[in-house]
Design a protein around this ligand. Structure first.
Ligand code: HEM
Length: 83
């Protein structure tokens, strides 16, 4: 999946996030997030790698594996600055 594809899942009812090159579908679980339900609103469709790394335990990382739906593919098209 590409960043553009993930970016389409950017609502509370359809929420994907990217952390460290992997894509997570957290729609159903986001309201139960110990760090707050707000993550769905703030990070839906986005890359939260930097923020995620600041807070989480090994246990949180293990839990997260349940939500992984695929790997991010970086395309050269998206790496280019917008025309
Ligand atoms: C699938 C993704 C995520 C999972 C499975 C997850 C899981 C967890 C868990 C289990 C905790 C409790 C503390 C711990 O065990 O480390 C936690 C805390 C926290 N999470 Fe997440 N998290 C996810 C994504 C995010 C994202 C994207 C952010 C964005 C900033 C975030 C921000 C926080 C914060 C701020 C806390 C600390 C809350 C506190 O100490 O009161 N989390 N998360």
């Amino acid at each position: 999946m590409t960043r553009a594809e993930v970016a389409r899942h950017n609502t509370r009812d359809d929420c994907w996030i990217i952390v460290s090159g992997k894509v997570y579908e957290i729609t159903a679980w986001a309201p139960h997030h110990p760090g707050g339900a707000g993550i769905a609103r703030i990070y839906a469709g986005k890359d939260a790698t930097a923020e995620f790394g600041d807070y989480h335990s090994a246990q949180a990382v293990a839990h997260m594996a349940h939500f992984c739906i695929g790997e991010l593919v970086e395309t050269s098209e998206e790496a280019k600055p917008p025309a």
